[in-house]
Design a protein around this ligand. Structure first.
Ligand code: FDA
Length: 305
């Protein structure tokens, strides 16, 4: 049943008609629990509040299904605007973005032009930029672009997904760049030809890549809500005397907020991924797919209105 619901929400997350409809009608159905508003001004207030609680942030301007060069350029401008707002308000925040919203499906030249504009702003205002990882079909292209940009800019990182068979090799291949990587389990629906179908195998591989990347001496962002993975990271820290400024934990806005505060109290760096923007629908559906238990919360939200 849970798998059925998961597939249903992943299917909905890709539906262009609902995406457009959601954009038109604004944040609904309890999405405000996971999305920090529709504008950078909304997001700024939330980041300030999180910073006041000792949490650091990475913000993400939500955007899906970019179809034209103009839309991709507009998305890049939104990112520059976000970097400027972070700097203007003295916020402790990085920026996350998706290659498809920069025009990955249109042309490599367009992506590079948009990325350089954003990374120049990031360099000017000292704001680190992480390229989120999307579906398997786009992994190689995303990593190729990351490598090119990493040769030009320091302030850039990307994400690797534990559910992919290729990831152990990617950790080794990227090591020569001493990259700052966010490690995640993986959020997309992938074929068993490329990804572990069993959760247990993904979890084992997640532990393996966390340890590899930390022991390689690279900055490691462990992005998970799973206590078992958090405890494993702490164990690697202790056993191998990894300094606390070489890794951090990351969680999504609105999820396990008590745990986020606890980790701050324990003295760990805890970064919250804060999405904002009117294109909230696909992101919201993926969160529901991850945890169908959230559906009950959403239904309550609908009936309250
Ligand atoms: P998992 O889903 O296996 O959950 C394990 C346990 O965590 C649960 O049993 C429960 O105890 C607890 N838990 C999980 N969700 C909870 C909830 N909502 N409420 C309470 N407890 C909960 N993916 C991707 O493909 N590309 C990317 O770029 C990113 N980026 C990214 C950034 C950040 C900061 C995070 C936290 C995650 C991502 N992801 C991602 C998503 C990631 O791949 C993954 O889908 C989700 O984090 C869910 O997996 P978990 O590791 O949390 O564990």
């Amino acid at each position: 049943m849970e798998q059925l619901l998961r597939n249903f929400f992943l299917f909905l997350s890709k539906n262009k008609f609902f995406t457009k409809l959601a954009k038109k009608y604004g944040l609904r159905f309890g999405a405000a629990r996971f999305v920090a508003g529709e504008t950078i001004a909304d997001a700024t207030k939330i980041i300030q509040k999180l910073n006041d609680q000792g949490l650091v942030v990475t913000i993400d301007h939500l955007g899906e299904f970019i179809e034209s060069e103009d839309e991709a350029k507009q998305a890049a401008d939104e990112c520059v605007e976000a970097i400027e707002a972070i700097s203007k308000h003295g916020l402790d925040s990085q920026l996350s973005l998706k290659m498809t919203s920069m025009g990955l499906d249109i042309s490599d030249e367009l992506v590079m032009e948009n990325m350089r504009k954003i990374l120049d702003a990031g360099k000017k205002h000292q704001v680190f930029v992480t390229i989120d990882m999307e579906d398997f079909e786009r992994s190689q292209k995303t990593l190729d672009i990351f490598k090119k940009l990493k040769e030009e800019y320091d302030g850039i990182g990307t994400v690797l997904q534990a559910y992919l068979y290729r990831t152990v090799d990617d950790i080794e291949d990227l090591n020569k760049y001493s990259p700052n990587l966010r490690l995640v389990k993986g959020a997309y629906k992938e074929s068993p030809k490329v990804a572990f179908p069993d959760k247990k195998d993904t979890d084992d591989n997640y532990k393996k890549i966390i340890k590899m990347h930390m022991l390689n001496g690279n900055y490691t962002a462990v992005a998970t809500h799973d206590d078992a993975m958090i405890e494993f990271t702490k164990m690697v820290e202790k056993e191998h005397k990894i300094p606390r400024d070489q890794f951090e934990f990351q969680m999504l806005y609105g999820i396990r907020t008590d745990r986020q505060d606890e980790l701050v109290k324990e003295g760990y760096k805890m970064r919250v991924y804060v999405p904002y923007g009117d294109d909230w629908y696909g992101y919201f559906m993926r969160r529901l797919a991850e945890r169908p238990a959230n559906v009950a919360f959403v239904l309550k939200g609908i009936f309250k209105k």
